[in-house]
Design a protein around this ligand. Structure first.
Ligand code: NAD
Ligand code: DAU
Length: 354
């Protein structure tokens, strides 16, 4: 038996595969289209070095190839990370988000249903389709609102979150209608190794060290809950192992911060560990720019369910996690170079400079 991970060359997926191979004996098949966000260097530690790892370049929209892979490898679980994940890109051009996040999830569900339907009864029961989703499907919170809970209404505000919400509804429907043993996890903002510098934390580290502006949208008072990616991977492993089919679990880092707090924390670490020439603080590179369209003001996650039912809690505080993350980026400048090539520069040019 093996598990199939989609989107495993991206940020969270690659952390998950590395974590899986370090913790479990079961082989993993990584199925990734290798869009601009997929980076094979994330998996350099296991490619051709670990018997339990194999990679297939494939689009989740490709029903025939996915069915073939599921059968060939005797897959007993699918963990679906594959998605277009960047809110700003979804505002510029929603098309890819509709095609991958909605249509792609639908095609993957169809392939999973085909494979699952042909399994012996006891294997059908044990089978899992684990769908990785986001807290953004719940919309935006006011300052005094309680954190998101699993039963909250969906109120997505961006093309990205609307496409993720649609995919969640499809996953839920495949469980309700066909009995496919599916589980959804909705998590908050991840950070840690291998995140492309199009997202806030790596953008801040990369631009600070490059001497470029650290871009803050609007007033920088938007709040996100920050989850260290390795804590997220551990939670997903636990949900895959012990989670109940048909359920949703919220996963969060219990670390609500404003964007400005996050950026100042990074600048303070860099000032201490890698002081710039001239004794200036990196915080002097902060530049406030036009706000993101439809910018959600606050996300927060109530983790009571996963804590009580599965005994999970985040191990990292934000302070410890951000220190490790900055240290990782400083020690892995070769990786950063692989992630900031022509397509990254084109995005920066299109999005920030124009
Ligand atoms: P990412 O953009 O870093 O990686 C996405 C990966 O999916 C890439 O390797 C890409 O090549 C692959 N992919 C894209 N379209 C594909 C397709 N059609 N077929 C096969 N592969 C395809 O994303 P991430 O930040 O690692 O996010 C992973 C998942 O977690 C996504 O579903 C995202 O919505 C969700 N999520 C992310 C965060 C976060 O903070 N990053 C938080 C909550 C939820
Ligand atoms: O909440 C979970 C979501 O977190 C995931 O579903 C998404 O896939 C993931 O990309 C992330 O979405 P955000 O939009 O919250 O992440 P991002 O890093 O793009 O932005 C975080 C905050 O920082 C947000 O309020 C916008 C702000 N920001 C971001 C960038 C890239 C800036 O102020 N300047 C920037 O240049």
């Amino acid at each position: 038996m093996s598990i199939l991970v989609t989107g495993g060359a991206g940020f969270i997926g690659s952390n998950y595969i590395l974590d899986w191979l370090a913790e479990c004996d079961e082989p993993v098949i990584n199925v990734d289209k290798l869009t601009y966000a997929g980076n094979p260097h994330n998996l350099a530690a296991v490619k051709d070095k670990h018997d339990g790892y194999s990679f297939v370049q494939c689009d989740i929209n490709d029903y025939d190839q996915i069915v073939q892979l599921l059968k060939k490898h005797g897959i007993r679980a699918i963990v679906n990370f594959a998605a277009e994940s960047h809110v700003d890109r979804s505002i510029h051009r929603p098309e890819d988000f509709i095609q991958t996040n909605i249509v792609g999830t639908y095609r993957l569900l169809e392939a999973a249903k085909e494979h699952w339907g042909a399994l012996p009864e006891e294997d059908q029961e044990a089978f899992r389709f684990l769908h990785i989703s986001t807290d953004e499907v719940y919309g935006s919170l006011e300052p005094d609102d309680p954190p998101f809970r699993e039963g909250d209404c969906y109120r997505p505000n961006s093309p990205y979150s609307a496409s993720k919400a649609s995919s969640d509804h499809l996953v839920r429907a495949y469980h309700q209608t066909y009995g496919l043993p599916a589980i959804i996890v909705n998590c908050s903002n991840n950070y840690g190794p291998f995140q492309l510098p199009e997202k806030l934390i790596p953008m801040c580290i990369f631009n600070a060290l490059s001497g470029d502006p650290i871009y803050i949208y609007g007033d920088g008072q938007q709040i996100r809950d920050w989850l260290y990616v390795k804590d997220h991977c551990k939670a997903i492993r636990l949900v895959l192992d012990q989670g109940l089919a048909g359920k949703t679990y919220n996963i969060g880092g219990e670390a609500e911060k404003t964007n400005l707090q996050v950026v100042h924390a990074i600048c303070e670490i860099l000032d201490r560990t890698t002081p710039g020439s001239g004794g200036n603080s990196y915080a002097e590179q902060i530049e406030f720019i036009k706000d993101r369209l439809g910018h959600d003001r606050r996300y927060a996650i109530d983790t009571t369910m996963i804590k009580n039912e599965l005994g999970w809690k985040p191990d990292q505080t934000f302070e410890a996690g951000i220190e490790k993350t900055v240290a990782w980026y400083l020690a892995n400048q070769d990786w950063v170079a692989t992630a900031t090539g022509v397509s990254y520069k084109t995005w920066v040019e299109t999005h920030y400079k124009k």
